[in-house]
Design a protein around this ligand. Structure first.
Ligand SMILES: C[S@@+](CC[C@H](N)C(=O)[O-])C[C@H]1O[C@@H](n2cnc3c(N)ncnc32)[C@H](O)[C@@H]1O
Length: 304
């Protein structure tokens, strides 16, 4: 290294090191897979193996750059988005994270067909509560109900208590799965929401929730995976075999697909729409690919 350092047109110290370490004699004559190996990471200047956060931030940045004016307004209306210290980028002076970007895209899809002001909304599987936070910050909802497992309920209770003001928080109701039938014997919901949640449940549990939605809701919005995948390179081959087995058997949509093949994903869209239709009396109002995740689909159903 440094051999050409004093030549007029020689490399910098940095490039000389790249050449010594990655763009080696051996690597420059092996063309069979060089574009996915370290030689190309010092030529094309991207490296998926160590740069997960760089790509996440790049993705957030690009999504932020493509947000419509209406979605920027929706995002700005959501206060306290940095509680919990998310990974953020700054775009036009606004701190932006992946979760609330997805939330405004989801709201955008729902609000085209559902009147949210005055609505009583149910969410099944709310995680920390970003969807309720987003809807309550953008619409004058009547009530926001969350059904969840006890651990997530603790988290969403603590989180929503922190990010919402008193008036908004007073509209939130938390119900543990053990109390669902008793609690919701006769409540009517304008909209039920389920995001990244049915795909991790037992198929028969999903059917029970679909029955509940059929009986109690007017609209149903779902955003979730169209299938499973078996590509260890996507998680560094770190997942235990038994966890992979559990993931493959959860949910109703269990075809193993190439999640980064648009034809494969699109061809599973109709099965997604069929699987999550709450009953025969429902029509699918809209369905589409659900960016940014390549293998996610979204559908809004309405009771006829
Ligand atoms: C991957 S998280 C998604 C959270 C949230 N919807 C989001 O998109 O940010 C899955 C959620 O589904 C909930 N969940 C899983 N199984 C459930 C069940 N049987 N009944 C209700 N909620 C469940 C989990 O507790 C968690 O809140």
């Amino acid at each position: 290294m440094g051999r050409l350092m004093h030549d007029k047109y020689g490399p910098s110290l940095l490039r000389a090191r790249h050449d010594e370490v990655a763009v080696t004699d051996e690597a420059t004559t092996e063309l069979s897979s060089f574009k996915s190996r370290s030689i190309n990471f010092k030529i094309a200047f991207w490296d998926p193996e160590v740069n997960g956060l760089r790509y996440m931030k790049t993705l957030i940045y690009n999504l932020a750059a493509g947000l419509s004016d209406e979605n920027w307004k929706r995002l700005r209306r959501i206060g306290n988005r940095t509680v919990g210290d998310p990974f953020t980028i700054t775009y036009n002076g606004e701190l932006v994270c992946m979760d609330y970007l997805r939330s405004v895209l989801e709201l955008d899809f729902i609000a085209r067909d559902v009147e949210l002001d005055g609505a009583r909304v149910l969410e099944i599987g709310a995680g920390y509560g970003r969807t309720g936070h987003t809807l309550l910050s953008n619409h004058d909802l009547r009530e926001y109900h969350i059904i969840d497992l006890p651990q997530s309920l603790k988290l969403s209770q603590a989180y929503l208590r922190t990010v919402l003001d008193d008036e908004q928080y007073a509209k939130v109701r938390f119900t543990s799965v053990a109390d669902v039938d008793e609690r919701y014997a006769d409540t009517e919901f304008d909209l039920t929401v389920n995001i990244s949640s049915f795909s991790e449940m037992k198929p028969e549990t999903v059917d029970e929730y679909l029955k509940l939605i059929d009986q109690r809701s007017r609209y149903f919005y779902i955003r979730d995976a169209v299938g499973k995948y078996l590509d260890g390179s996507l998680n560094g081959n770190t997942e235990q075999p038994e966890v992979i087995k559990m993931a493959l058997s959860a949910g109703k949509l269990r075809d193993v697909i190439d999640i980064h093949d648009s034809h494969d994903v699109e061809s599973h869209g109709p099965a997604f729409v069929d699987a999550y239709r709450p009953g025969s009396g429902w029509t699918c109002v809209a369905n589409a690919w659900a960016p940014p995740w390549s293998h996610y689909w979204q559908a809004l159903y309405g009771k006829k």
